[in-house]
Each structure stands twice: as C-alpha cells, then as structure tokens.
Write a protein that binds this ligand. Structure first.
Ligand SMILES: Cc1cc2nc3c(=O)[nH]c(=O)nc-3n(C[C@H](O)[C@H](O)[C@H](O)COP(=O)(O)OP(=O)(O)OC[C@H]3O[C@@H](n4cnc5c(N)ncnc54)[C@H](O)[C@@H]3O)c2cc1C
Length: 331
C-alpha cells in the first residue's frame, strides 16, 4: 500500500503551520486511496511532542530526521535524505508547500527521481478508476484551470500554496509512529551556509497579518496610496496591493496579493479601488471577511465581498479614518 506523504517544514524546533495545511490535503487523498498518510520532517532538532502535532492533524506515520546538516536548509542536504527515503519506501504521492524551500526542493527531487511535478496546485483529487493524482492549477494567466496527471511515473508530486487550505481542528488524542530516517551518514553537503540575513521588514508581512488593506489602480497616483497606508495603520493591519499598483511602483512586490503575488488568509481583507480580476481573487479566496470599496457597482470584487461599500474611495476613506480615530479617543 504505497503511502501518501507530505513534507513538513520546521525551524527552531517548531513546525510551521503550512505543515498542517498539507496534512489536511493529504488526509483526504489517503482516505480516498485507503492508504496511510505519512509526514516527513527533516530538521536539526525537534521534540517528540512537537512531532506528534503532525499526528493530531492527520499523519499516521512520521519519518523524522534530526541532523545538524539539515539546518539551515540547503537543497542538496534535504534532497539527499529525501531521495534515500523515497527509494526505500516508494510513496505514490508527495505533497510539499510552495514556499521558497518547497519550490527549490521538489523540482530538484523530481529530476533526481525522474518523475513529474506540478507547482502551485490549488486543488487535488484522485481520478476514478486509475487512482492517479489529479493536480489542478490555474494556467494561461489564470484564465483556465488545468488538470495535470503523471500516469506513468511514481511518486506523483505537487506543491501547494501556503494559506490556500483551511486548517481542520486538531485531534490531540491521535498518535503516529515516529520512524527515524538515518540513511545518509556519508553525505557531505557541497554548500556551506556562512550567514543568513532576513529579507525586508517581516513585521509588515501580509502573509501573517490578521488584517490586510490593499490598494489598486483606483488610487490614481502614488501620493494617494498613503490613504491605504493610513487605513492599514488605523486598523492595525498590513498594506497589500494589486499587481497594477505594484507595477506602477506604488507598493513593492512583497505586498502584491494574487496569482503572481501572495496567497493570504487574513481575518479581514479590505480591497480599495481594486476591480477583482481573477488573478487578484486567487490570492484572497480563504480570507475570512472581505470588505470592498469601489465606485463601480458591477466590479468583480463585489461578488466575493461580504461587505460592499459603493462610492468614491477619496470620500469614503477619510470618513473611515475619522471614525476610527474617534473610536480610539473614546476607548
Ligand atoms: C499571468 C497574470 C498574473 C497576474 N497576477 C496578478 C496578481 O498576482 N495580483 C493582481 O492584483 N493582479 C494580477 N494580474 C493582473 C490582473 O489581471 C489585473 O490587471 C489587476 O489585478 C488589476 O488591478 P486593479 O484592480 O488595481 O486595477 P483595475 O482593474 O483597473 O481596477 C481599478 C478599480 O478601481 C475602481 N475605482 C477607480 N476609481 C475609484 C474611486 N475614485 N473610488 C472607488 N473605486 C475606484 C474602478 O471601479 C476599478 O474597479 C495578473 C495578470 C496576469 C495576466
């Protein structure tokens, strides 16, 4: 019974949330195939209790390797351990996150193993009759959804965008078997990491913010984009932007929301002067509450919005800012 695997990510002894999102996807595939679900953890150090959190989100088996050569991440070290593990256990499906490390590791692994890989899947399913993995993702600029399969090669591999999968509630009573990997004693990493520097100001990251306020072309010019920054600050949120706003230089690329930007899952998403092109909506499907401010009552974004404010943003935002300020003064 070839297993379904997910590649967990950990740093500083803690599993990243995307590891649990992958298990939510993997669990439904494994159940449909009637096979065990395993999660692979490659890191330098991690406690057993932390590993068992993978069981609470659905893993039946945990393949874990704790080795100082595995942190910080290098593609050669992770691929060496993973290739040996795949050769030994021959899983039928491997899912990884479309993070920087997942996007680096999986293509490398696919070449080493001579099998296919679909990047950035938004949906996965099992094909009736064959049991093949159907890997579904936007294609041709997001205008169609393509279904891709690899009938002749195993394992079938896919990466999935972080925050594109709602987290199920954990079952803390579940326990998994932890199996050490211990297969690559003679491995010597050709890459030596000398130092790591964080990229940009992580505190303003839209991926982790509970509230994101995004501006689009409706802002008309860079100077007006300060309205978005002011509203984000008044709500205690982060600044996002449509691709159009980023292309015009009103915000930098790490703030771009959408298909070629980031997929985000905030509690509150406020879209200001954004039309809601399919590529933008691809980034906010799992946002909890969407508020759209747009003067066009036919704008696409309004169909997805929980609250639509139809009118001129240049009249509406100052009023909102004033009300928020009044509330703060009263509190
Ligand atoms: C391969 C590919 C990938 C892409 N990836 C992304 C992506 O990741 N993210 C993304 O955002 N786009 C992406 N795009 C671009 C996308 O197709 C749209 O072009 C873009 O999202 C439009 O940005 P916008 O909504 O800011 O501008 P517009 O579509 O021009 O919308 C501006 C909106 O502002 C409103 N408005 C104007 N003035 C006011 C006012 N005074 N008050 C209130 N409302 C006003 C208008 O009614 C309109 O709805 C991608 C495109 C392709 C082909």
């Amino acid at each position: 019974m070839a297993e379904v695997w997910t590649i967990a990510e950990a740093s500083g002894g803690t599993l990243k949330e995307v590891s649990f999102e992958l298990l939510a996807r993997g669990r439904s595939l494994a159940d449909e195939l009637g096979v065990p679900l395993a999660s692979v953890v490659l890191t330098d150090e991690i406690e057993e209790a932390e590993l068992q959190r993978l069981a609470s989100y659905g893993a039946d088996i945990i393949y874990a390797e704790r080795d100082p050569r595995l942190a910080p991440f290098t593609v050669a070290s992770h691929a060496a351990f993973l290739t040996a593990l795949v050769t030994r256990h021959a899983p039928q499906i491997i899912l990884a996150a479309a993070t920087t490390s997942g996007r680096t590791l999986l293509p490398y692994l696919a070449v080493k193993l001579g099998c296919g890989l679909t990047a950035d899947c938004t949906a996965l399913a099992i094909e009736e009759g064959t049991g093949n993995l159907l890997q579904i993702r936007p294609a041709i600029g997001g205008n169609i959804m393509a279904t891709i399969k690899s009938p002749d090669h195993r394992p079938q591999m896919a990466t999935i965008r972080p925050r594109s999968t709602p987290l199920p509630s954990p079952d803390h009573a579940r326990r998994a078997t932890i199996i050490p990997i211990a297969v690559t004693d003679d491995f010597h990493d050709p890459v030596q990491v000398l130092s790591l520097r964080p990229f940009g100001d992580q505190s303003s990251s839209i991926e982790n913010a509970a509230i994101v306020v995004s501006g689009g072309k409706g802002l008309k010019k860079r100077d007006n984009f300060t309205l978005i920054e002011d509203l984000a600050a008044a709500l205690g949120g982060a600044v996002g932007a449509s691709r159009d706003a980023v292309d015009r230089g009103w915000a930098s690329y790490p703030h771009q929301v959408g298909l070629s930007g980031k997929t985000i899952s905030p509690e509150l998403y406020v879209a200001v002067g954004i039309s809601g092109a399919i590529q933008h909506l691809a980034g906010i499907k799992t946002a909890k509450t969407i508020v759209a401010i747009n003067r066009d009552s036919e704008a696409n974004i309004l169909a997805l919005a929980d609250i639509a404010i139809i009118g001129d943003l240049f009249a509406i935002i100052p009023v909102l800012l004033r009300r928020l300020e009044e509330r703060r003064t009263i509190e």
